[in-house]
Design a protein around this ligand. Sequence first.
Ligand code: SAH
Length: 371
Amino acid sequence: MSSGAAAAETTPLEERLIDLIKLKGPITIADYMSDALGHPHEGYYMRASPIGADGDFTTAPEISQVFGELIGLWLVEAWQAMGSPESFNLVELGPGRGVLMEDILRAARLRPGFARAAQVWLLETSGRLRLEQQKRLKTTEVKPLWADDYADISPAPTLIIANEFFDCLPIRQFERTKSGWRERLVGLDKDGARLAFTLGATPPPPEFNLPDISESDEGDIFEASFVAHQFAADICETLNQHGGHALIIDYGHMERGFGDTLQAVKDHAYWPPLASPGYADLTAHVDFEALARIALDAGANAHGPVTQGRFLDRLGLTLRVEALCKGQDEKTAKDIRTGAARIAAPNAMGEIFKVMCISSPSLPTPAGFES
Ligand code: SAH
């Protein structure tokens, strides 16, 4: 389907949203994203499996097993640096098909005490994906628990991993107009027939902390994910109270800036963000500076971000790839090398993806973040 064809069809969720907007007025982009991704029946993640070569988009653990294995070894090292606690939470936020956790646990077999001590928690809203995670992790040595909300996870020393999770958290957008900042909202086109962007009539409240007008030009777009900020604050509270690290991997920017990064992807191609809600993935770049600021304000440490390529390199990507290739036939070895290049090369995922670690203050700098 081309974007033209998409415009010819409305999805059930779009019709529902059009009715809602007719009744109550425009909605925030955050509300639009929440429904498009997480609506209990019509949401994108509730539908047929979106991730992997047969889905709409693919992720690093789906591309190369080396990604999860290196992170598994990183987690074992981090656990040891915490004094190898006999019981701790190993939390994955947004575990997708469970591939990353499976690879992590396989690599961690090197230290059997790690899996014995780990209570695996999977924060996942999609029932479909939960089933896939359950199936995939059935044969591992852990008994995962699932959580709908971060608050459901019982407190303990904690290691958190979040790969491509923060990018699907709802954002709000603000546009710099002649009269100052105005929120960019989802309303209706002039015929009232389709969803279209519109601007709020009144200035956003001061507690939104938008950049000073003098630092922006007319037409600039500023994004903020208050949901992501809340996650970061909750994570810091856990880490400060019980000790641990949170490894956040995503595409995004190291410094706060302007730009519209809301994007939709369908069948591995870009798609208009307001077309086909529920049938296309929706994401936005992660503002790592905002997350780091929240961590520092909370008294936690923030390491990085460093680029994914650099991080994997420092964790020993090359050696791991060569070890895996040993004794393999030529085609398998080539596939292993190609996969590793896709996740680490600057012109693939190596530069745009960043890795950041939020840590409790007393722990040493974790591997990969040494200056
Ligand atoms: N980490 C996986 C999948 C990334 S896709 C990988 O690297 O392959 C995003 C994942 O986050 C999906 O599992 C999706 O269902 C989940 N998700 C999105 N928003 C969520 C939310 N608010 N709470 C919990 N899970 C969420």
